[in-house]
Design a protein around this ligand. Structure first.
Ligand code: T3D
Length: 249
């Protein structure tokens, strides 16, 4: 399933309608067994500029907004949904990814970006704290030194540097972004997606587990994977010297 953030005149920034549409589409993807990979991208020249600041104009408000409420209502459920999907989520960052837009991209499983794209932790420019998981994702992927500099300065990070620093999987020529991302999504969708879902679970759990706990988890997940039709098919296909036909179960 390909999902395209589609408010290009506002650089695909989030208003409640976009939040609701994306959440509904992701829930549909989660519940539909025929969907075995998700590709997220943006329409026009940007991936996503984060929160629509037009909806936050202080000159039109009588009191300060409760941003904790909007984070709890919109952003956190979206991030939890993306992280908990047991299907691979590929993000094709087609242009600038700023604020929550950057951190939503970074929460996906595999991130490809056009070489012209950049990642901006824009929050500090307007007096906010990075959200959408940024304060968790960035230090883990980059280390504290680079994470802190990025969030405190809000300097744009070009796609190529993001790839060199290990923040994303790769930066590709602009005209190759969608062909490459689509081919990757199709490849994963045709793969053993039951095992892929378990693998995601293991990697995510490692952030909070000790080595011993992780070994136990791997044992439990391998037990489940070993009972899957995809595993039987994978081994049979290997022994038959033919391409496997995985069903995702
Ligand atoms: O509020 C809460 O619920 C809390 C949650 C917060 C999460 C967040 O994401 S906070 C961070 C919000 N985002 C930003 O601060 C980024 C703001 N945008 C920018 O800094 C720049 O637009 C970009 C660096 C992303 C791109 O710059 P550039 O020069 O390529 O484009 P531009 O000219 O600035 O923008 C083009 C149009 O998009 C422009 O509209 P116009 O003048 O053509 O009618 C601009 O106003 C609009 N736009 C860009 N970003 C936003 C936006 N409109 C509303 N909200 C935006 N975030």
């Amino acid at each position: 399933m390909t999902l395209t953030l589609n408010r290009p005149d506002k650089l695909n920034s989030f208003n409640p309608e976009l939040h609701e549409a994306l959440r509904a589409a992701l829930e549909q993807a989660r519940n539909d067994a025929a969907v075995r990979a998700i590709l997220l991208t943006g329409a026009g020249r940007a991936f996503c500029a984060g929160q629509d600041l037009g909806d936050r104009d202080p000159r039109k408000a009588t009191e300060a907004p409760d941003l904790g409420h909007t984070i709890e209502t919109f952003y956190n459920p979206l991030l939890r949904l993306i992280r908990s999907l047991d299907k691979p989520v590929i993000c094709a960052v087609n242009g600038v990814a700023a604020g929550a837009g950057a951190n939503i991209a970074l929460a996906c499983d595999i991130v490809l970006a056009a070489k012209s794209a950049k990642f901006i932790q824009a929050f500090s420019k307007i007096g906010l704290v990075p959200d959408s998981g940024g304060t968790w994702t960035l230090p883990r992927l980059l280390g504290e030194a680079r994470a802190k500099a990025l969030v405190l300065t809000a300097e744009p990070l070009p796609a190529q540097t993001a790839a060199e620093w290990g923040l994303i999987w790769k930066a590709v020529d602009d005209d190759q972004l969608m062909p490459e991302a689509t081919a990757l999504a199709k490849r994963l969708a045709a793969g053993p997606t039951f095992g892929i879902g378990l693998t995601k679970q293991a990697i995510h759990a490692s952030a909070a587990n000790t080595f011993d706990q992780q070994l136990d988890l791997e044992r439990d997940l391998q037990r489940m994977a070993g009972r899957s039709a995809d595993y039987a098919e994978g081994v049979a296909a290997f022994l038959d010297k033919r391409a496997p036909e995985f069903k995702g179960r």
